[in-house]
Ligand binder design. Structure first.
Ligand SMILES: NC(=O)c1ccc[n+]([C@@H]2O[C@H](COP(=O)([O-])OP(=O)(O)OC[C@H]3O[C@@H](n4cnc5c(N)ncnc54)[C@H](OP(=O)(O)O)[C@@H]3O)[C@@H](O)[C@H]2O)c1
Length: 234
């Protein structure tokens, strides 16, 4: 499988990439802004007993996509799976969250996946069975517990979940499945920012392993689904 993972420099994306890269048949392209951390990820993959092909590109996904991304995809011969994992969290009371913060969080959590999906659909539609996997949050899952300070974050994740359902319909003619995992608490830098002092029951390695497996196999049995993946609240 030829796979792109966004937000691979740390947390869930890092471990998703590690879990996907251990298969010799996979070719993974990792994206995030921090090139040094992506280089460390490359070193960790080179130390695996078995590893597929790996490449990375340090880009800010809230900016127009560089031609170097398309060039790397052409070298890969196309794309089968896109994991939209990169995300940003702002923890501020609603009344003191300026519109600039709302715009920033929607840029990274919704518009960046939109931009990437639009740019990569011409490649994905050439795959025999493509999968777009969007990573949302329990905060963006209808009817879930909500927490003060997370209005902008949770709204952006709800929008990503709804986009998933819309795109599954719109892209089904192109044989591109689109699913969304609404994650519960996972121990990462993002969680520590949102809930200082709270210790999540799930490690980023365990969740990354699950996300990797779902990216490879979930579209064999699901399409257009927003699935809660959570053992705790938050
Ligand atoms: N941890 C949780 O409890 C939890 C719960 C529910 C959902 N989630 C979701 O799971 C995903 C991963 O979360 P995490 O906890 O692993 O977060 P994290 O540790 O903060 O990592 C976020 C990743 O996104 C990348 N990123 C952020 N903005 C970017 C941008 N503009 N361009 C490119 N890359 C960008 C970061 O890399 P750079 O800084 O190098 O760019 C980093 O690799 C997120 O979508 C998050 O909303 C997490």
């Amino acid at each position: 499988m030829r796979i792109i993972v966004t937000g691979a420099s740390r947390g869930i994306g890092y471990h998703t990439t590690m879990a996907l890269a251990k298969y010799p048949d996979n070719h993974v392209l990792a994206l995030s802004r921090d090139g040094d951390k992506l280089q460390s990820l490359q070193k960790a993959i080179q130390e695996l007993k078995t590893a597929g092909r790996f490449d990375f590109l340090a880009i800010d996904l809230t900016q127009p996509l560089p031609t170097s991304l398309i060039e790397k995809i052409e070298v890969m011969g196309g794309i089968d799976i896109l994991v939209n994992n990169a995300g940003q969290l702002i923890n501020k009371p609603f009344l003191s969250t300026p519109l600039e913060d709302w715009q920033s969080i929607f840029e990274s959590n919704l518009f960046a996946p939109v931009r990437l999906i639009q740019a990569l659909t011409p490649f994905l539609e050439k795959s025999k069975k493509a999968h777009i996997l969007n990573i949302s949050s329990m905060g963006g899952f209808q009817g879930s517990s909500k927490f003060p300070g997370l209005a902008a974050y949770s709204s952006s994740k709800a929008a990503l979940a709804n986009l998933t359902e819309c795109l599954a319909e719109e892209l089904k003619e192109k044989s591109i499945a689109v699913n969304c995992l609404a994650l519960g608490a996972v121990q990462t830098e993002m969680l520590a920012t949102a809930f200082p002092g709270y210790v999540a029951p799930v490690s980023s390695e365990a969740m990354g392993t699950y996300v990797a497996d779902f990216a490879l196999n979930g579209h064999k049995v699901f399409n257009g689904k927003v699935l809660p993946v959570s053992v705790s609240t938050p």
